[in-house]
Write a protein that binds this ligand. Sequence first.
Ligand SMILES: CC(C)(COP(=O)(O)OP(=O)(O)OC[C@H]1O[C@@H](n2cnc3c(N)ncnc32)[C@H](O)[C@@H]1OP(=O)(O)O)[C@@H](O)C(=O)NCCC(=O)NCCS
Length: 170
Amino acid sequence: MSSVPLIRTARKEDCKEIQRLIQELATYEKFPHAPKLKVEDLERDGFESSPPKFKCFVAENPDNEEELCGYAMYYPTYSAWDGKAIRLEDLFVAPEGRGTGLGKRLFSLVAKEALEGNYCRVEFTALGWNQAAGFYTHLGAENTTSSEDRNVWRLYRSGMEKLLENSNLN
Ligand SMILES: CC(C)(COP(=O)(O)OP(=O)(O)OC[C@H]1O[C@@H](n2cnc3c(N)ncnc32)[C@H](O)[C@@H]1OP(=O)(O)O)[C@@H](O)C(=O)NCCC(=O)NCCS
């Protein structure tokens, strides 16, 4: 990259590029068919909802003003033990921008927002094989699957429907 990418808060008109990078990250993670959101969904949820469902930092590609070369998507969540927390949903740097400190800058901006907003932590998941584990460890994060045997669980819509068929709710 010819110069240091500018990082800024995302704007509604970035959603097309954010969606492209979401797809790139999903492909990297070997789930190329997983992203289902359209640009309009991101526009609605991030920029037309109050409060927004997510926030995002984006990095502009210094070699192509039409392109973004990285993003960090995050939103507030809550810990029953420690109070308000930030969930980092996605962190991605395009291959040509990697290894230049861009991922660290994006991650640090989320940490800065968490510290300044008095959030207790930044939490996120990473696939077991992903070498990003080295990056996160290097930057001070702890893998709670190793340290606390904490696993990630999900109840999908089909599971919710089945559950409610067999639940005695009043
Ligand atoms: C993971 C990722 C965001 C890191 O961004 P990056 O711009 O390549 O990393 P940086 O150049 O900012 O590295 C910051 C520091 O981490 C270190 N680092 C980076 N990758 C590392 C690794 N795999 N293991 C150990 N240290 C690592 C760097 O040496 C650097 O150290 P320094 O600050 O002491 O000089 C980027 O590689 C990426 O987008 N990968 C593909 C997508 C991905 O895995 N996203 C995370 C999904 S959970």
